[in-house]
Structures are given as C-alpha cells and as structure tokens.
Design a binder for this molecule. Structure first.
Ligand code: NIG
Length: 424
C-alpha cells in the first residue's frame, strides 16, 4: 500500500520551486516546479510537487512548521564556495587609495594588500578571529547562504594558519551556516620570507600542509598564482604535497594576469579555478573538457573596477561546470551581498538568472564535493532552502543587490526569518 511521507516542515504556495533535480542526476526530479510545495522531515526533503497536491500526498505531522511562501520563489540555500572571511583588521584606507587610482598590485608591492591583513590576523587570538567572523556569517545568512567555504591564508606561519583553520572549525558549530575549510598558506609570501621565497614554500610543503591535513577537517588546499604571489612551479610544489596528504587542490587563477595556472589545475585535476577575469579564449574549451569547476567571483570584478569580465557565457556554452561565490575578503570583495553576486553574474558574466541560480547552489555544492546531499532540493537531500519575497529567479537577478530573503531553512530548521514586503 502507498504510504504518504510524513513531514515536520512544509513550504506551500511557491511561485517557483527550484529543485535542480536533473543537475544532480536525481532520477525524474525536475529543475523547476511552478506553483510548487515542498515537504521535509528530520532535516531532509521528503516530497516535492504541485502546491495543490501537498495535503493529499503528504502526512503533515501535528506541530509541523507550516510556511506560506506567499507566491515567492523558493530556492536551495546559496552555497558560497569561495570566501576569506576569517581575518582581522581593516583595509578601508587601502580601498580609498584604490578609489583614488592606486592599483591592487602596486599596493601589494608596497607591503599592503594581503600582507596588511596578515599583520592584523597574526596579532589576533583564535577567540578574536571567531568573534570577528561571526557577524560576517550572520550577514551571509541574511542573504540566504546556508553553506560557506572559508580559507585560511592570512596567517602564513604554521601557528597562525592552524589558528585560522581552528577558528573555521569552531565557526561551524556556533551558527547555522555549514562550513568547509580550505588551507591557503600559498596566498602570499610573508614578509619574513621576502628574500627567501623557496624557504617559505619549503615551510608550506614540510610543515604547514601536513599539519593542516592532520587536523582532519580541512578539505581543500588553495594557491594564488599571480604576479607578486606564487609562480606555477611554487604552487605545484604546495598542491602536489597537499594531494599526498589527501587535500584537494584549488587555484586562484587568471585573476589579474594569466600565467599558466589553468594548465596546472587541469593537470592536477583541481576541484576549481577561481576568478578568471584574465582567462585566455583558448583555455575555455580545455577547461570545459577538464571537469575543473570555474568559479566566478563578480563582486571582485566590481570592487576592483576591473574592465575585464570572467567569460561565464562562453564557459557555459562550452560545457564548463560553473559556480558562483561572494569571495568575501577585505581586499577585493568586502561584501556579504549574495544577491549582488547573482545579479552581477548575469550583468557581468552573461549568465541567465536561472543559470546564475544553478551556479550559486548546485554548481557551488559540486565545486565543494557536496552535491550528493545539498545544493539541490530533491528527496533525500538536506532541507536547506530560502523563501524569497520575490516571484521569480529573474526578479532576484533584476532587483540588483537587494535581499528578498524572507526565511532561511537549514537542515529542516528555520534559522532566519524577517518580515519583508513581497515584490511583484
Ligand atoms: O580571492 N586574490 C587573492 N585573494 C583574495 C584577495 C585577498 C586580499 O586582497 O586580501 C581574492 O580576491
């Protein structure tokens, strides 16, 4: 006999319910249900269907949380697969200098840039790093982010990198956003190694990477290949060691200049290449064929006033796996505004609103290796979802930089809610 699934949380009356079932190969589950409803039990999705079938097909348990989406769009929670939100200190002055015409690379060459944040972060305790990061995570949650990757990379010594990573682990237990940790000791050459680059790479390979892997919760190792940061050869040493230790490679690639990071990413079967404003046209098909996810960070394009655009449209047309992220950091993207990311991915990178939404949910989950359990809304997946007070994905991209988030659910629990007028 057919048994109706029991639900302890239902969301009814969604104008659009974005499931992305085909993106995760979930049998017959569609990407979009119009006039939809969704039911969850014990943190997992148990049913999705037409709004008028909910009462007939689902046993709504006594005391269940019953949410009326009021004809708003319902999406999976945003997955922010690239942040540097654990840091201390301010770079507001540097931002002012950049607005007055100084370039990011020239400020970095004078000891500002990443190394300015390194000085402040090294001086902060683990407790201070946690306290500084918590409100940033709170603001991401208000924009509908339910999972966030966070990188170290402002410590650049064994102790300070481990302190940042331990802060990331603590943050995962202190607030609703699920966290993923990335080691990024290859973010900049710290000042004490300015005349001994090889010595710093030796420290990464010999001590920092193995120690980070021993923590047991670090999933990725990222490296910044750029003028003034790391060469391909230096990044290769760090990432090959990371692979030996079970950490998956990622690369900050082709942000300001193109210097071979894409080749390295393809060769190492990296999880992602991130930025790509300077990506060469001939690398687009190679990237698409590789399975390496291209992560677009359009807030940085705006923040740095870079006239180039990461070629999201061309990458998508070539069949590349795409993801989107805030890149929340003090130097190139001091903004938790996930809504802006979605809108700019359309405006700057040529994605449709639906493609941008997919990239910021299931695409980013795939980049983090989590698309078997989150980033899509299909039976068995985590009930991580957002109810927006706006009628469509297109509206979310159009109404630029404004949060329409009415309610956020993480693992079946309402973790953020606010009264917000519907936008028709
Ligand atoms: O992803 N590009 C390197 N890392 C960051 C910037 C970090 C900083 O300037 O503090 C980024 O844009």
């Amino acid at each position: 006999m057919f048994r109706r699934p029991a639900a302890d949380l239902v969301v009814r009356n969604a104008s659009q319910l974005w499931c992305f079932g085909t993106e995760v190969g979930a049998g017959d589950w569609p990407d979009l249900v119009e006039d939809g409803a969704i039911a969850a039990c014990e943190g997992k999705v148990v049913w999705i269907g037409a709004a008028d079938a909910l009462a007939r097909e689902v046993e709504i348990l006594p005391g269940a949380v019953d949410i009326d989406a009021e004809r708003g769009v319902v999406t999976p929670g945003f997955v922010d697969c690239h942040t540097h939100l654990v840091f201390a200190g301010s770079r507001a002055d540097e931002h002012s200098a950049r607005c007055a015409g100084e370039s990011y690379l020239s400020l970095s060459a004078k000891g500002g840039g990443i190394n300015a944040t390194v000085r402040a972060t090294r001086a902060a305790s683990e407790d201070e790093l946690v306290s500084l990061a918590l409100p940033r995570l709170g603001r991401l949650l208000e924009f509908g982010v339910t999972t966030a990757e966070m990188k170290s990379g402002y410590g650049l010594s064994l102790d300070a990198e481990l302190r940042s990573l331990n802060a990331i682990a603590r943050l995962g237990a202190l607030q609703p956003i699920e966290t993923v940790a990335t080691l990024m000791c290859a973010h900049a050459i710290p000042p004490e190694f300015a005349s001994d680059r090889a010595g710093y790479v030796d420290l990464c390979v010999g001590e920092i990477v193995p120690a980070a892997a021993r923590l047991g919760f670090v999933r990725f190792c990222d490296a910044f290949v750029e003028e003034g940061a790391f060469s391909v050869a230096e990044a290769r040493r760090v990432l090959e060691r990371a692979l030996e230790e079970g950490l998956l490679p990622r690369l900050h690639a082709d942000q300001m200049t193109s210097r071979g990071a894409i080749d390295l990413a393809i060769e190492l079967e990296a999880a992602t290449v991130d930025h790509l404003e300077a990506l060469k046209a001939e690398d687009i098909p190679r990237l698409a064929a590789s399975g390496v996810t291209a992560v677009l960070l359009p807030t940085s394009t705006l923040f740095l006033d870079d006239p180039r655009r990461a070629p999201g449209r061309a990458l998508r047309d070539a069949g590349a796996a795409l993801a989107l992220a805030t890149n929340l950091n003090p130097g190139t993207a001091m903004s938790e505004n996930a809504s802006l990311v979605l809108g700019l991915a359309c405006r700057f990178n040529g994605l449709s609103a639906e493609e941008a939404l997919a990239a910021f949910t299931v695409g980013s989950a795939r980049a983090l290796g989590l698309d078997h359990r989150l980033g899509a809304l299909c039976p068995g997946f985590q009930a991580d979802l957002v109810v927006h007070a706006a009628p469509s994905a297109a509206h979310l991209a159009w109404h630029l930089g404004v949060s329409h988030v009415r309610l956020v659910v993480k693992r079946g629990q309402v973790v953020f809610e606010r009264a917000v007028a519907s936008c028709a």
